[in-house]
Design a binder for this molecule. Structure first.
Ligand SMILES: *Cc1c(COP(=O)(O)O)cnc(C)c1O
Length: 443
């Protein structure tokens, strides 16, 4: 460790008590009995808890921490930018970090996604994508194309418009029924990543587009990997076919690459598995490598031009912290590290392959367990699907006791380690995960 963690000023138990009294956590109840772990330091792939225990990180803090925690070059990028300006309004003013970032994203994104809108979070990137699609059709004299078609099992964020395209069941649509726009849904893709696509797999999406295309502005989907909604890996041919249907029926395609973007699935963008480009693309989570919240919505010149010709003539969105220079600076450095850095002689693609192999080997023993339904790996994502859901509050501490940070949901025990994890740590992570999965089966 390059730096000693500062000595804690409060004891762990006090922190936990105060947290329970005053702090909401994601999808949590107040005064809940769920375990909570104060963290005092994180470095590389190691999380140091306030009580001194050290955990190997299997979550990349929800897909975001690509290069590990407390990365010297990313830290330096933030410090350097801080000495110039932490923030400046983006209306009427611009700056080099944002320009460099947008230019770079336009260059590496699939297809002609040249126009970049920077925003605050993944959910907002989805809101902006939906606005782009609606404003585009409005300007084309087709305001009736104002609904989205989404896949069941999808997850696109927690704000109201984003929620309206999340899986209706796991997204608890009934709770917010009066406030959510009714969108169209088709069945989730059931053709696995390596399975041959058959006509039956396309029936639901085809039917929905054929029936409702006059009212559909865009299809919104997570390409290849449906993440939070079920860790479902599906066939690139399915994605290709949806692109085809969109072209045929004059419907836009929005690719939500907030989790998959920037290498996680083995391609820089998951769309590349299918060799397709969307009309609108959302990035988030991975963009600043876990440093500061930032997201981006990219679109084609056709859409940007269409919006400019419409009634409003401008895209009706403009966050206060739009294009935050600190966030852009760290995103630029993260892209540089990803695309130009090597890991023991491997470029990023070779490195993701290394992680894929390590996950495959390390998680293989889970296959033999009676309460394991499936083990699947794609790029740097490893999933152990159980036959029955686990109660997170009951099992969370088993992982912590095993020295790893893994946070299952439902039937899914999954990991997506930081790209910098070495083989030893990956072995430890998968071995300990397997041991915990075994124990879960014995309960
Ligand atoms: C996390 C996520 C979002 C929402 O991003 P936030 O930054 O949490 O708002 C949207 N889509 C996908 C695929 C995600 O994984």
């Amino acid at each position: 460790m390059s730096q000693k963690p500062p000595s804690p000023s409060l004891d762990t138990q006090t922190l936990i008590e105060w947290d329970k009294q005053h702090v909401w956590h994601p999808y949590s109840a107040v005064n809940s009995l769920a375990p909570i772990y104060p963290v005092s330091h994180a470095e590389g792939v190691r999380i140091t808890l306030h009580d001194g225990r050290e955990l190997i990180d299997g979550m990349s803090s929800w897909w975001s921490v690509l290069h590990g925690y407390n990365h010297p070059e990313l830290n330096q990028a933030v410090r350097d930018q801080l000495d110039h300006m932490a923030h400046i309004m983006f209306g009427g003013l611009t700056h080099e970090p944002a320009i460099t970032l947008c230019k770079h994203l336009a260059k590496i994104a699939p297809g002609a996604l040249e126009k970049v809108f920077l925003c605050d979070s993944g959910s907002v990137a989805i809101e902006v994508a939906m606005k782009m699609a609606l404003q585009y059709w409005h300007s084309q004299g087709k305001p009736e194309k104002n609904r989205l078609l989404s896949l069941s099992g999808g997850y696109h964020g927690d704000t109201f418009a984003a929620m309206s395209v999340c899986d209706p069941v796991t997204g608890m649509h009934h709770l917010f029924q009066q406030n959510l726009t009714q969108q169209f849904f088709c069945e989730k893709p059931t053709c696995g990543f390596n399975e041959p696509l058959q006509a039956i797999h396309l029936k639901s999406v085809t039917t929905q587009i054929e029936t409702h295309h006059k009212h559909i502005a865009a299809v919104v989907l997570e390409p290849i990997v449906q993440g939070t909604g079920g860790m479902n890996f599906y066939s690139p041919d399915y994605l290709k076919a949806v692109r085809q249907l969109c072209n045929e029926f004059n419907v836009l395609l929005i690719a939500d690459e907030i989790a998959t973007g920037l290498g996680r699935t083995g391609k820089l963008f998951a769309c590349e598995h299918a060799g397709i480009a969307p009309d609108i693309l959302c990035l988030g989570k991975t963009l600043t490598a876990g440093y500061i919240t930032l997201a981006a919505t990219l679109c084609t010149p056709t859409i940007a031009q269409g919006i400019a010709e419409g009634e409003a003539a401008v895209l009706m969105h403009g966050p206060t912290y739009m294009g935050n220079p600190l966030a852009c600076a760290v995103a630029n450095k993260s892209l540089d590290l990803l695309l130009h850095h090597t890991w023991e002689g491997l470029n990023w693609q070779g490195n993701i392959k290394r992680l894929e192999q390590g996950l495959n080997t390390g998680l293989a023993p889970c296959r033999a367990l009676p309460h394991v339904k499936d083990v699947r790996v794609l790029g740097a994502i490893g999933v152990v699907e159980l036959t029955h859901p686990v109660a997170l509050d009951d099992v969370q501490d088993l992982f912590v006791q095993a020295g790893i940070w893994v946070r299952p949901f439902g039937k899914l025990v999954y990991i997506m380690p930081p790209y910098v994890m070495n083989d030893n740590d990956l072995d430890f992570l998968t071995h300990q995960l397997t041991q915990v999965v075994k124990r879960i089966g014995q309960r």
